[in-house]
Write a protein that binds this ligand. Structure first.
Ligand SMILES: NC(=O)c1ccc[n+]([C@@H]2O[C@H](COP(=O)([O-])OP(=O)(O)OC[C@H]3O[C@@H](n4cnc5c(N)ncnc54)[C@H](OP(=O)(O)O)[C@@H]3O)[C@@H](O)[C@H]2O)c1
Length: 326
């Protein structure tokens, strides 16, 4: 049997509960993973609260798009993995059906990469979604190069912290925004070349000033909302904005400064492509070995304490990843 977290209606954290289900057998091309640790993501929060961007199955929705564990059983026609291999799950497009908050999941073999050597299960659960999103948005989508100046909003988020490190690994200059100056030191220690707090003033003007008036090459924005147009004025002519999230759920404003390229980034456009996944995995592997990438874990909860883990997510006081362990 496998413990599986499900919910039958959207709402507060206590809609989440555990049921026991028979372990599934992997079919051809599939692998069963015994989950060790699960990263809790903002997407999970959106799903649980009903703010998910697409319809999903209810009742009996599963949840979770990130996890790491050990290969437990192989279907036929699977090459490259063996029982006992430590792996990371790279994409769960239908988390209501295949969600990772469970003791075991069955996934197609091409949705797995090997867990980098020396990475603990807990750190492994804090790696993939944040770092593949930051790498995909900045490197694959925006074409970030050494020397580029990159403005990263909500930089204390898991994705933001990953973006600071990815930019540093490439040799770019990351600038961080936060709502509160209380996070300045944390963000400087995390690799930001400068930190702009919105409670202190206009972050776009501060970023332009940092670049001597030239403007930044890339803006990676996880906030969106009515502030996008003003934020975009931090970009140099010909620069770009990569929108990776919408922490501010209000309608977004449309930038008017030009020329400017705007991307709306979803990491699935890369994490479902095995060729890009191979590049992502190689980049992350190198970054971990060099010590440039250091996943930050906020807190660890046992799977049976999933409600407490989601309460921590809802409070919004976390910095780094909330992780569940089986
Ligand atoms: N495109 C993709 O494929 C993809 C993949 C993964 C995640 N995402 C998105 O990336 C974003 C970050 O996710 P995460 O899991 O890393 O978040 P997280 O760790 O939960 O981020 C929390 C931080 O975000 C900042 N924040 C929260 N609400 C905000 C608001 N309304 N305005 C400004 N800042 C706010 C706060 O920082 P301060 O207090 O310092 O301001 C807070 O500490 C989310 O929007 C998520 O949906 C996108």
């Amino acid at each position: 049997m496998s413990r599986v977290v499900i919910f039958d209606r959207t709402g507060q954290p206590d809609v989440l509960h555990i049921v026991d289900e028979p372990a599934k057998e992997p079919s051809a091309g599939e692998v069963r993973v015994r989950i060790e640790a699960i990263g809790v993501n903002r997407l999970d929060h959106m799903m649980r609260t009903g703010a998910f961007p697409r319809p999903f199955r209810l009742p009996h929705a599963r949840i979770g798009c990130e996890g790491t564990g050990i290969v437990d059983a192989l279907g036929s026609e699977v090459d490259g993995f063996a029982e006992g291999d430590p792996v990371i799950i790279t994409a769960v497009p239908a988390m209501d059906v295949d969600g990772t908050y469970a003791d075991q999941v069955v996934v197609p073999a091409d949705r797995l990469i090997r867990r980098p050597e020396g990475l603990t299960a807990v750190d492994g659960a804090a790696l993939w979604v944040s770092y593949s999103t930051a790498y995909g948005a900045l490197v694959e989508k925006a074409g970030m190069r050494p020397g580029d100046t990159v403005l990263i909003t909500a930089a204390s988020s898991s994705v933001g912290l990953a973006a600071l490190q990815v930019a540093r690994q490439i040799g770019a200059v990351p600038l961080a925004t936060t709502r509160t100056s209380a996070k300045r030191e944390l963000l400087l220690e995390a690799g930001a070349a400068a930190v702009f707090a919105s409670e202190e003033g206009d972050v776009a003007a501060a970023a332009r000033e940092f670049t001597g008036g030239a403007g930044v090459d890339i803006i990676m924005d996880a906030v969106a909302g009515p502030g996008v147009a003003a934020l975009a004025t931090a970009a140099k002519p010909g620069g770009c904005v990569v929108l990776v999230g919408w922490m501010d759920a209000r309608p977004a404003s449309m930038p008017t400064n030009a020329p400017l390229t705007i991307y709306r980034y979803m990491s699935f456009e890369h994490t479902l492509d095995p060729i890009v996944v191979r590049r992502m995995a190689a980049f992350l592997d190198a970054g971990l070995r060099l010590g440039a990438l250091r996943p930050r874990v906020d807190s660890v909860f046992a799977l049976e304490d999933v409600v407490a883990a989601h309460r921590r997510l809802d409070e919004g006081a976390h910095v780094g990843k909330i992780v569940l362990t089986t």
